[in-house]
Design a protein around this ligand. Structure first.
Ligand code: TZP
Ligand code: MG
Length: 259
């Protein structure tokens, strides 16, 4: 059981589905911006951490329609992106470090964390805020030993077994991957779909990020079904205006306000 205070009420909260508990106790706080309120199962100290993963931009230069990657990222950040993952599949180590450092310099004034995909060495060399790894990347135990304790660790879960194994670990977030099939990444296992997301929500202690095929048509449903954040490549990087795309997605997320 967690205890935390919201809207002046002390809500004693079971591990999950406390919206039911809130209703039983007749606690009906008003949404501040007319959205739906969903109570999360996380202690207050985690809420700030969770906010940083709400709108998570994953980079792919090829998706940027020939525009400068740093420009696309900065526009998206101005629009409301809360965290950025630098994902480079073909850059050499030195070029990757240079790009990570430059990205960090761009993100710093906005207070937006930089996550490095796959490469803990690049994350350390560039003093990034964390790493995101998949099932075939460096194992969690090694990452935990190599990274300072305050760094973010995100892990992709592609199967139910991955989700259950991750219960042993102290992750910052678990990525439900892919939520839907997507041309941006084709070497994936079967998409989870919304029912899969619900299953992960019911079986994982971690904050959840969904990735794969997220856009303005399915963001609200993903958040309503338990995702703390949505991770996106094409719906932002390939948008005519990455700023407007991010702004609208953020608006959709904020409408479903979590406490
Ligand atoms: N991991 C799982 S799906 C995916 C990654 C990196 C690609 C997501 O791209 P898009 O364009 O947002 O579907
Ligand atoms: Mg990987």
């Amino acid at each position: 059981m967690f205890d935390f205070i919201n809207f002046g009420f002390r809500i004693t909260q079971s591990r999950r589905d406390d919206i039911i508990i809130a209703e039983k106790r007749n606690i009906r706080p008003k949404p501040r911006r007319g959205g739906i309120i969903i109570a999360t199962n996380f202690p207050k100290s985690l809420i700030t951490k969770i906010k940083i993963m709400q709108l998570y931009l994953v980079t792919d230069e090829n998706a940027c329609l020939g525009r400068d990657l740093f420009w696309v990222v900065e526009e998206a950040v101005k629009g409301g992106v809360t965290m950025v993952q630098l994902r480079e599949k073909s850059l050499g180590t030195r070029a990757f470090i240079d790009r990570a450092k430059k990205m960090k310099d761009i993100l710093l004034p906005y207070n937006v964390p930089l996550i490095i995909n796959d490469r803990v060495d690049i994350a350390l060399a560039s003093d990034a805020d964390g790493v995101h790894v998949g099932q075939s990347d460096m194992p969690y135990e090694m990452l935990k030993d190599l990274l300072p304790p305050e760094k973010i660790i995100g892990l992709s879960a592609e199967t139910k077994e991955d989700v259950l194994e991750a219960e042993n670990w102290d992750l910052t977030y678990l990525a439900v991957s892919p939520l839907f099939s997507t041309p941006s990444k084709t070497d994936t296992l079967r998409p989870w779909g919304m029912d899969g997301l619900k299953w992960v929500k019911a079986n994982s202690k971690h904050p959840l990020v969904v990735i794969g095929g997220l856009n303005e048509t399915n963001t609200a449903e993903a958040i309503s079904n338990g995702a703390e954040g949505i991770a996106i490549i094409s719906a932002i990087c390939s948008a005519i205006s990455p700023f407007e795309a991010a702004r609208y997605l953020k608006f959709l997320i904020n409408k479903i306000e979590k406490i």
